[in-house]
Write a protein that binds this ligand. Structure first.
Ligand code: PGA
Length: 265
């Protein structure tokens, strides 16, 4: 529905999940900094999303060594402060110069009972604190098998975005992450990824308006590797990638960033 790329700057994000302690994270961030060349990041934005206990250490490495990678988080609390034992406030993340926060990852929806309503509240908490949410949506294999993919995406995107100002929607990121593709080695085909991302953009247009729908960045995530990056990034409505397993290895993640930056967008 939108012209190829439409001026949207791709975002390649590495979701480290619950991997790498703070010493390993320092090493991984340094390794990435040594590998990434200015030309690799000239046409794309890159973010890494370490576990909470690593964020301060990774911030120091990225800022201290001038590494052109944005800091991200994998989750945050709904509230800014208070009696919420074990939670991490979005205010605290913003203070550490976190720029992107993943919200509603399917692992959080499945293992931590995050509902669409919780996801919507977290998304607002991230925006309220001046960061960009990466809001994850995607169907399970059962939903896909009975033809419910579009219905599921519509419901998740509508629940997350309804009522948000157009400028907030324009500044955020939506990640299409089919649950069956996460950690399975079975990535969506470029055709499937394009169809789903175009559908999501259409839902954003209905919920928030045409203008933010043209500006919102939509990532694909699920078994992204260096060898499927170029074909996924060639899709008109795919504006970036959310990479799990392959982002843990600086060499592999650099290859993905490179393939994306050469991806003809
Ligand atoms: P994967 O994970 O790349 O390991 O499939 C993607 C994600 O969960 O964001």
């Amino acid at each position: 529905m939108s012209p190829a790329g439409a001026g949207r700057r791709p975002l390649i994000s590495g979701n480290w999940k619950m991997n790498l302690d703070h010493l390993e994270a320092i090493h991984a961030a340094r390794d990435l900094g040594l590998r990434l060349q200015p030309a690799d990041v000239a046409p794309v934005d890159v973010s890494v999303h370490p576990p909470f206990t690593d964020i301060r250490s990774v911030q120091s490495v990225l800022e201290g060594e001038g590494i052109p990678v944005a800091l991200g988080a994998q989750n945050c609390a709904v509230e800014d402060s208070g009696a919420f034992t074990g939670e991490v406030s979005p205010v605290m993340l913003a203070k550490l110069h976190v720029e992107y926060v993943i919200v509603g990852h399917s692992e959080r929806r499945a293992h931590f009972a995050e509902t669409d309503a919780v996801v919507a509240s977290k998304l607002r908490a991230v925006l309220r604190n001046g960061m960009a949410p990466i809001c994850c949506v995607g169907e399970t294999v059962d939903e896909r098998d009975i033809g419910l993919t579009q219905e599921r995406l519509t419901a998740q995107v509508t629940a997350a975005l309804t009522g948000l100002p157009a400028e907030d929607v324009a500044a955020m990121v939506v990640a299409y992450e089919p649950v069956w593709a996460i950690g399975t080695g079975q990535a969506a085909t470029p055709e499937d990824a394009q169809e789903a991302c175009a559908w999501i953009r259409g839902v954003v247009a209905q919920v928030a308006g045409e203008e933010p729908a043209t500006q919102v960045r939509i990532q694909y995530g699920g078994s992204v590797k260096a060898d499927n990056t170029a074909s996924l990034m060639a899709c008109t409505d795919v504006d970036g990638l959310l990479v799990g397993g392959a982002s843990l290895d600086a060499a592999q993640f650099t290859d993905i960033v490179r393939a994306a930056s050469r991806g003809g967008r």
